[in-house]
Design a protein around this ligand. Structure first.
Ligand code: C5P
Length: 221
C-alpha cells in the first residue's frame, strides 16, 4: 500500500503522516527533508544554490541518509546528523531554488522510489501523487490558509528549539514565496493529482485529519 500526501508548506503533511505511519506500521518518508539536505550540502560546500553540477557532485561526496531513530526520521550527511540544520530559516528560504534543479529532482526521485521499495509506505512532499508514486492507492492533497500555516510553522520551530526573530507575518510571506516558486517551477511543480482527495485542514484538529486519511486508507485495504 502506498499513500501519497502532497500540499503546500506547513499544511500539516508530516505531522499527520508520522501519526498514521506509526498507527499502521507503515514506513514514513519525508521527501522535503531530502531537498533540504541538498540545500545544506550546497551551503556547506559554499556553492551557489543554482550550481546544479556542483551540488550533484557534493551530494555524491557527502551522501544523504535517512535513519529512523526512536520512530523519528533523522537526516544524516557526511556522517553528521543535520536534522535540525535542515529546518533553519536560511535553508527554508533557499530550498525551492535547489529543488527546482532538474538533475537534483531526478536524483531525489530515484532515491525516494528506492526507499519506498515494496513495503507499505506513506510519503509526503509536493510531487508524490503526480510523479514519485503515480500509482499510489491513496492520494491526499492537504491545504490550509496561509495564516494558519504560518502559525503552525512558528510553533513547529519553537517546539524543535530553533530560534527565529521572524514574526508570523514574515513567516507567512516566506511561505507564500516558497509556495509560488514550488508551484511555478518547470519540473514536477506542486500540483494536486487528478485522483487526489483534497482536505482543507484550516479548521480541523490533527486527530480529525488523521481520521479522514485513515478512512481513505481503510477503504483501499
Ligand atoms: O516539505 P518541506 O516544506 O520540508 O519541503 C521543503 C521544500 O522542498 C519545498 O518547499 C520544495 O521546494 C521542496 N520539495 C519538493 N518536492 C517534494 C518535497 C519538497 O520540491 N516532494
Amino acid at each position: 500500500m502506498q499513500v501519497a500526501i502532497d500540499g503546500p508548506a506547513s499544511a500539516g503533511k508530516s505531522t499527520v503522516a508520522k501519526i498514521i505511519a506509526k498507527n499502521l506500521s507503515f514506513v514514513y518518508i519525508d521527501t522535503g527533508a531530502m531537498y533540504r539536505a541538498c540545500t545544506v550540502i550546497a551551503r556547506n560546500h559554499n556553492l551557489d544554490y543554482g550550481n546544479e553540477e556542483g551540488i550533484l557532485k557534493a551530494i555524491d561526496q557527502d551522501g544523504i541518509e535517512l535513519k529512523s531513530e526512536n520512530g523519528e526520521q533523522k537526516v544524516y550527511s557526511a556522517g553528521k546528523n543535520i536534522s535540525l540544520e535542515i529546518r533553519t530559516p536560511e535553508i527554508s528560504a533557499n530550498v525551492s531554488q535547489v529543488s527546482a534543479l532538474p538533475g537534483i529532482r531526478e536524483k531525489m526521485v530515484a532515491l525516494q522510489r528506492e526507499l519506498a521499495g515494496h513495503t507499505d509506505v506513506i510519503m509526503d512532499g509536493r510531487d508524490i501523487g503526480t510523479t514519485v508514486l503515480p500509482d499510489a492507492e491513496v492520494k491526499i492533497f492537504l491545504v490550509a490558509s496561509a495564516r494558519s500555516r504560518a502559525e503552525r510553522r512558528l510553533l513547529d520551530l519553537k517546539e524543535r528549539g530553533i530560534h527565529t526573530d521572524q514574526t508570523v507575518e514574515q513567516i507567512e510571506a516566506d511561505i507564500a514565496a516558497r509556495d509560488y516558486k514550488d508551484s511555478h517551477r518547470a519540473v514536477s511543480p506542486l500540483r494536486k493529482a487528478a485522483d487526489a482527495i483534497e482536505i482543507d485542514t484550516t479548521n480541523l484538529s490533527i486527530d480529525q485529519v488523521v481520521e479522514k486519511i485513515s478512512e481513505e486508507i481503510e477503504k483501499k485495504s
